[in-house]
Write a protein that binds this ligand. Structure first.
Ligand SMILES: [Fe+2]
Ligand SMILES: [Fe+2]
Length: 134
Protein backbone atom coordinates (compact mmCIF):
# COMPACT_ATOMS: atom_id res chain seq x y z
CA UNK A 1 0.00 0.00 0.00
CA UNK A 2 1.59 3.22 -1.14
CA UNK A 3 1.17 6.75 0.16
CA UNK A 4 -0.92 9.05 -2.00
CA UNK A 5 0.97 11.90 -3.57
CA UNK A 6 0.19 14.76 -5.90
CA UNK A 7 0.59 14.18 -9.60
CA UNK A 8 -0.73 15.42 -12.90
CA UNK A 9 -3.75 13.12 -12.83
CA UNK A 10 -4.95 14.45 -9.47
CA UNK A 11 -4.60 18.18 -10.13
CA UNK A 12 -7.77 19.69 -11.53
CA UNK A 13 -6.92 23.40 -11.69
CA UNK A 14 -9.48 24.78 -9.20
CA UNK A 15 -7.44 25.88 -6.22
CA UNK A 16 -9.99 25.35 -3.43
CA UNK A 17 -10.84 21.87 -4.71
CA UNK A 18 -7.18 20.93 -5.18
CA UNK A 19 -6.61 22.01 -1.56
CA UNK A 20 -9.52 19.83 -0.39
CA UNK A 21 -8.18 16.88 -2.41
CA UNK A 22 -4.86 17.43 -0.61
CA UNK A 23 -6.61 17.15 2.77
CA UNK A 24 -8.43 13.99 1.61
CA UNK A 25 -5.16 12.40 0.52
CA UNK A 26 -3.42 13.45 3.76
CA UNK A 27 -6.24 11.91 5.79
CA UNK A 28 -6.04 8.67 3.81
CA UNK A 29 -2.29 8.60 4.27
CA UNK A 30 -2.72 9.14 8.02
CA UNK A 31 -5.20 6.28 8.08
CA UNK A 32 -2.81 4.03 6.21
CA UNK A 33 0.04 4.85 8.60
CA UNK A 34 -2.20 4.25 11.62
CA UNK A 35 -3.04 0.79 10.26
CA UNK A 36 0.56 -0.04 9.35
CA UNK A 37 1.75 1.07 12.82
CA UNK A 38 -0.97 -0.98 14.50
CA UNK A 39 -2.44 2.06 16.27
CA UNK A 40 -5.37 1.47 18.65
CA UNK A 41 -8.72 0.85 16.97
CA UNK A 42 -10.24 4.04 18.49
CA UNK A 43 -7.62 6.10 16.69
CA UNK A 44 -8.22 4.33 13.37
CA UNK A 45 -11.96 4.72 13.84
CA UNK A 46 -11.60 8.47 14.51
CA UNK A 47 -9.63 8.82 11.29
CA UNK A 48 -12.31 6.91 9.38
CA UNK A 49 -14.98 9.23 10.82
CA UNK A 50 -12.88 12.23 9.86
CA UNK A 51 -12.42 10.89 6.33
CA UNK A 52 -16.16 10.32 5.89
CA UNK A 53 -17.04 13.77 7.26
CA UNK A 54 -14.46 15.48 5.08
CA UNK A 55 -15.47 13.54 1.95
CA UNK A 56 -19.11 14.50 2.54
CA UNK A 57 -18.15 18.15 2.91
CA UNK A 58 -15.89 18.05 -0.15
CA UNK A 59 -18.55 16.43 -2.36
CA UNK A 60 -20.99 19.13 -1.24
CA UNK A 61 -18.48 21.86 -2.19
CA UNK A 62 -17.95 20.40 -5.64
CA UNK A 63 -21.67 19.94 -6.24
CA UNK A 64 -22.37 23.53 -5.21
CA UNK A 65 -19.65 24.77 -7.55
CA UNK A 66 -20.86 22.68 -10.51
CA UNK A 67 -24.50 23.57 -9.97
CA UNK A 68 -23.78 27.27 -9.53
CA UNK A 69 -21.98 27.43 -12.88
CA UNK A 70 -24.32 25.09 -14.77
CA UNK A 71 -21.74 22.37 -15.43
CA UNK A 72 -23.42 19.92 -17.85
CA UNK A 73 -22.08 16.77 -16.12
CA UNK A 74 -23.44 17.81 -12.72
CA UNK A 75 -26.13 15.12 -12.29
CA UNK A 76 -23.91 12.15 -13.15
CA UNK A 77 -21.07 13.54 -11.04
CA UNK A 78 -23.40 13.92 -8.04
CA UNK A 79 -24.64 10.35 -8.54
CA UNK A 80 -21.03 9.16 -8.53
CA UNK A 81 -20.39 11.06 -5.27
CA UNK A 82 -23.36 9.29 -3.68
CA UNK A 83 -22.03 5.93 -4.78
CA UNK A 84 -18.55 6.72 -3.47
CA UNK A 85 -19.83 7.99 -0.12
CA UNK A 86 -22.00 4.89 0.28
CA UNK A 87 -18.97 2.67 -0.46
CA UNK A 88 -16.95 4.58 2.12
CA UNK A 89 -19.64 4.33 4.81
CA UNK A 90 -20.31 0.62 4.07
CA UNK A 91 -16.58 -0.06 4.28
CA UNK A 92 -16.33 1.72 7.64
CA UNK A 93 -19.23 -0.40 8.96
CA UNK A 94 -17.54 -3.59 7.76
CA UNK A 95 -14.35 -2.55 9.53
CA UNK A 96 -16.27 -1.76 12.71
CA UNK A 97 -17.76 -5.26 12.61
CA UNK A 98 -14.23 -6.56 12.09
CA UNK A 99 -15.33 -8.84 9.25
CA UNK A 100 -12.93 -7.52 6.65
CA UNK A 101 -9.20 -7.10 6.36
CA UNK A 102 -8.16 -3.47 6.72
CA UNK A 103 -5.22 -3.15 4.32
CA UNK A 104 -6.85 -4.41 1.11
CA UNK A 105 -9.89 -2.32 1.91
CA UNK A 106 -7.84 0.85 2.36
CA UNK A 107 -6.06 0.14 -0.93
CA UNK A 108 -9.35 -0.04 -2.80
CA UNK A 109 -10.68 3.09 -1.09
CA UNK A 110 -7.54 4.97 -2.14
CA UNK A 111 -8.02 3.78 -5.74
CA UNK A 112 -11.70 4.79 -5.77
CA UNK A 113 -10.79 8.32 -4.71
CA UNK A 114 -7.86 8.70 -7.09
CA UNK A 115 -9.91 7.26 -9.97
CA UNK A 116 -12.80 9.57 -9.15
CA UNK A 117 -10.54 12.63 -9.22
CA UNK A 118 -8.84 11.51 -12.44
CA UNK A 119 -12.07 10.59 -14.24
CA UNK A 120 -14.75 12.90 -12.88
CA UNK A 121 -13.16 15.91 -11.16
CA UNK A 122 -10.83 16.51 -14.06
CA UNK A 123 -13.87 17.11 -16.26
CA UNK A 124 -15.30 20.08 -14.39
CA UNK A 125 -11.85 21.61 -13.67
CA UNK A 126 -10.91 22.59 -17.25
CA UNK A 127 -14.55 23.44 -18.02
CA UNK A 128 -14.55 26.01 -15.20
CA UNK A 129 -11.06 27.24 -16.11
CA UNK A 130 -12.34 28.08 -19.60
CA UNK A 131 -14.94 30.28 -17.90
CA UNK A 132 -12.35 32.13 -15.86
CA UNK A 133 -12.75 30.17 -12.61
CA UNK A 134 -9.56 28.87 -11.02
FE1 LIG B 1 -13.19 15.82 -5.67
FE1 LIG C 1 -16.02 14.78 -7.43
Amino acid sequence: MTLLTWNHATTIGIRAMDDQHGVLMDTMNELRLAVVHGDPWEQVNDLLDRLIAFARMHFGSEEQLMEQHGFPGFASHRAEHRRLLKTLIDSAHKLQRDDIRMRPLLCSLQSYFVDHIAEFDRQYGPWLNERGIH
